[in-house]
Design a protein around this ligand. Structure first.
Ligand SMILES: *[C@@H]1O[C@H](CO)[C@@H](O)[C@H](O)[C@H]1NC(C)=O
Ligand SMILES: *[C@@H]1O[C@H](CO)[C@@H](O)[C@H](O)[C@H]1NC(C)=O
Ligand SMILES: *[C@@H]1O[C@H](CO)[C@@H](O)[C@H](O)[C@H]1NC(C)=O
Ligand SMILES: *[C@@H]1O[C@H](CO)[C@@H](O)[C@H](O)[C@H]1NC(C)=O
Ligand SMILES: *[C@@H]1O[C@H](CO)[C@@H](O)[C@H](O)[C@H]1NC(C)=O
Ligand SMILES: *[C@@H]1O[C@H](CO)[C@@H](O)[C@H](O)[C@H]1NC(C)=O
Ligand SMILES: *[C@@H]1O[C@H](CO)[C@@H](O)[C@H](O)[C@H]1NC(C)=O
Ligand SMILES: *[C@@H]1O[C@H](CO)[C@@H](O)[C@H](O)[C@H]1NC(C)=O
Ligand SMILES: [Zn+2]
Length: 663
């Protein structure tokens, strides 16, 4: 008895060690039958999607089953709650798809990875493409395999109909990686306080409604920017690195079951104009997730093709191409090794009727009535601090968007790009309205490299862009018709815990003495960033710090970081590299010897193979202004941001197929 019990305990332990932890066979598929979309997913009435079924037969490892031979005769049904179960072919009136087979392998834990001892899984699968559920309610999908020995069920919820349009336009600002802690710090740097009372506030502080969204991925509690953006744009959670799909186990990065995104819905239902603006490269996760359907965010070239042409390899609903598309990332547009099939995408967009602007001057002059592409540099746009306070730093770049070996210096910022996009979208959308996503990407990118000043500068640039957007909409007579949302896709574990006396710190000889320069509680004093320095111009105007390099600076840190050294001062000669690989080992990071030489070492908390900080668990804020603003109070999932926007835009049509066609 005793021995039997302990055997069971060991088996249970072995199973839980491989279920839903560091490595997963397929995160959405704890059993050997997988239904994608999996259990607990929500849908907008009429939203199009694909359904994949997989039957797994692990050939070896802890889950070995049926000698590694997957059941090819599995059956699948769907039933509306209270109704009879039907085959998918009769329910969706579609043809039976062909059987697919493949093999994949995975590591069950870190010991298996160290030993390169992968577990092998054979798979049989079918995919039903481009279906939709029109009637609200619950549906149960059942997969039965191995003669009924393995039965998997998924319950899906189709949300209520929302066919009335309450907002003509939606502008969704995303401060990538932006948390309440960062907003608090940015406010301290840029707004004067007298005796504990702010004399002015951020634009965000003036929003009437604020909520919180939970950013978890479908199969991991820490998200990346791909699947979190995808959740905001489609109402469907996904897996790290995936967008516009539920990740399957097949090796093909583009065959995964897709879900329709907000811009595809908007184009199909209302024929609205849409655009995306980002300070990242345009193929980066947040802008590209509007149009991307892939398992891998790193397929940059093909994803720019999807942004222009839609999904071409499968019959799929088309977003029509963006009406305004502004950001960095010339690498995917210039013909060559990093563009899709080596093609010239400047030429491809121009051929499709786009004006193409490669600098700020030409963007301002671009027609408001044509579709507009603007690519202003290679890679990400230089950050606000370098563009406005330390412009000398721009000259050392070789990021010219035309591909010359020179620096891009005539650069627009988030504000210029957003306002131009509004001009184009307002004109092109007309009565049908528009949707714009505008991303402040380098809040995240600079938090990754622990460059707090550059991250907070870009957060203030976002606030400035929001303020200018409100003024612009007012001038266009569109403010009352426009829902403005400002949110983030996830956070970083950043916070401020005091000040640091940079002069005292530099004068100390040892790391332990240097730490005495950090002033906590009463010793934190007041912000010096808001005090004008006689004779020094930071050229930064209202709502930005008057002095980026005071003696007493904020002392801040991250919940997760590589080894690095802090002196907390602004880095004047360009963005920070906190950690470098030692010797030849490209995956073993130590303090960058050139970084903050007069500071003290802070040891890392994440694997030594990480050169940067990582995302964190925190909920992120959602600010709302305009029609439907009341929907956005409270705490909810990131997918709810999509359903709230869809409700406001009247995108949930169900069986009311007349809607949209008449317009
Ligand atoms: C591989 O893993 C299996 C258990 O999954 C174990 O029985 C076997 O000893 C491992 N082989 C090696 C070389 O580590
Ligand atoms: C499974 O089999 C493969 C060879 O097909 C082998 O390389 C691998 O180590 C085996 N894994 C386990 C966990 O036994
Ligand atoms: C689409 O199919 C073509 C032809 O099979 C292939 O060359 C191309 O790589 C595919 N593109 C994507 C994005 O899957
Ligand atoms: C901006 O682009 C236009 C059109 O391509 C070009 O004529 C002009 O020289 C560029 N200006 C700068 C400052 O690079
Ligand atoms: C675009 O519209 C704005 C008004 O919102 C106007 O100031 C600007 O001159 C227009 N640009 C062009 C090129 O027509
Ligand atoms: C930059 O590159 C473009 C196209 O590759 C070329 O037409 C232009 O003359 C180049 N400009 C300079 C300043 O080299
Ligand atoms: C702390 O960081 C220093 C500098 O990178 C490094 O030499 C040391 O090994 C680290 N200590 C630990 C415990 O990781
Ligand atoms: C269907 O759409 C039409 C046109 O917008 C609208 O008048 C009607 O009320 C809608 N019906 C339902 C059931 O939503
Ligand atoms: Zn992000």
């Amino acid at each position: 008895m005793l021995s039997k019990l302990s055997t069971l305990a060991i088996l249970a332990g072995a199973f839980s060690a491989v279920s839903a932890q560091t490595f997963q066979r397929l995160g959405t598929c704890p059993d050997l039958g997988c239904i994608l979309p999996p259990d607990q997913q929500d849908f907008l009435p009429g939203q199009q999607f694909d359904i994949r079924f997989e039957v797994h037969a692990p050939k070896n490892g802890s889950e070995t089953y049926n000698s590694g031979v997957p059941d090819e005769k599995f059956t699948v049904t769907i039933a509306k709650e209270g109704g009879a179960a039907k085959s998918l072919t009769s329910f969706f009136n579609t043809a039976e798809p062909a059987l697919e087979k493949w093999t994949f392998s995975w590591y069950e834990d870190l010991f298996a990875q160290d030993a390169k001892n992968a577990s092998v899984v054979n798979v049989a699968s079918k995919i039903y493409r481009r279906v939709a559920l029109y009637e609200p309610g619950n549906y149960v999908v059942t997969l039965s395999a191995y003669n009924g020995a393995k039965v998997t069920k998924a319950t899906w919820t189709v949300r209520p109909l929302a066919a009335a349009k309450k907002a003509k336009n939606v502008i969704l600002f995303i401060g990538d990686g932006m948390t309440t802690n960062m907003i608090t710090a940015a406010r301290l740097l840029s707004h004067k306080m007298v005796n504990g009372k702010y004399q002015s506030l951020l634009q965000l502080d003036k929003f009437p409604v604020i909520g919180h969204q939970m950013s978890h991925s479908i199969d991991s509690f820490i998200t990346d920017s791909a699947n979190s953006a995808s959740a905001l744009y489609s109402g469907h959670k996904s897996t790290v690195n995936a967008m516009g799909v539920y990740a399957d186990s097949s090796p093909d990065l583009f065959d995964d079951p897709k879900v329709e995104t907000i811009v595809e819905l908007l184009k199909r239902i209302w024929g609205s104009a849409w655009g995306a603006v980002s300070t990242a490269f345009l193929a980066d996760a947040t802008p590209i997730a509007l149009t991307a359907h892939t398992r891998s965010r790193y397929a940059y070239g093909p994803l720019i093709d999807q942004a222009l042409h839609g999904v071409t390899n499968y019959s799929w609903t088309n977003h029509g191409g963006p009406d305004a598309y502004f950001g960095g990332g010339a690498e995917q547009f210039l013909p060559g090794a990093t563009s899709y099939q080596g093609k010239d995408y400047y030429a491809a967009f121009a051929k499709a009727g786009y004006t193409v602007s490669l600098n700020k001057t030409s963007l301002a002059q671009a027609s408001n009535s044509s579709r507009a592409l603007g690519v202003f540099c290679k890679s990400n746009l230089p950050v606000w601090l370098d563009r406005n306070v330390f412009p000398e730093n721009l000259k050392s770049n070789t990021n010219d968007p035309a591909g010359n070996k020179s620096a891009a210096t005539d650069l627009p910022g988030l504000k210029e790009m957003t306002l131009k996009a509004i001009d184009v979208l307002h004109q092109r959308g007309g009565d049908k309205g528009f949707f714009l996503m505008s991303e402040a990407a380098s809040i995240d990118k600079q938090m990754h490299v622990l460059d707090y000043d550059r991250a907070l500068g870009d957060l203030l640039e976002l606030d400035d862009a929001v303020q200018a957007t409100i003024a612009k909409l007012k001038a266009l007579g569109e403010l009352e018709n426009t829902l403005i949302i400002v949110t983030a896709d996830h956070g970083h574990g950043f916070d401020v815990f005091g000040n640091a006396d940079t002069k005292y710190m530099a004068a100390q000889a040892t790391d332990r003495k240097k730490r005495a320069a950090v002033g906590t509680y009463a010793n934190s004093g007041l912000s010096e960033y808001t005090i004008e320095v006689p004779g020094v111009s930071y050229g930064t105007g209202a709502n930005f710090p008057m002095n980026w390099d005071p003696r007493y600076v904020i002392a801040a840190g991250m919940g997760a970081n590589p080894d690095h050294r802090e002196n907390y001062r602004v880095k004047k000669d360009g963005p920070r590299t906190p950690a470098t690989a030692s010797g030849g080992a490209s995956d073993d990071y130590y303090v960058n010897p050139a970084d903050n030489r007069d500071g003290f070492v802070v040891n890392g908390t994440i694997p030594t193979s990480e050169s940067q900080g990582v995302h964190s668990l925190t909920d992120v804020p959602v600010y709302a202004l305009g029609p439907c603003q009341g929907e956005f109070g409270g705490t909810y999932s990131n997918i709810d941001v999509f359903y709230k926007i869809a409700e406001c835009l009247g995108l949930g049509h169900g069986t009311n197929k007349t809607v949209g066609c008449s317009k």
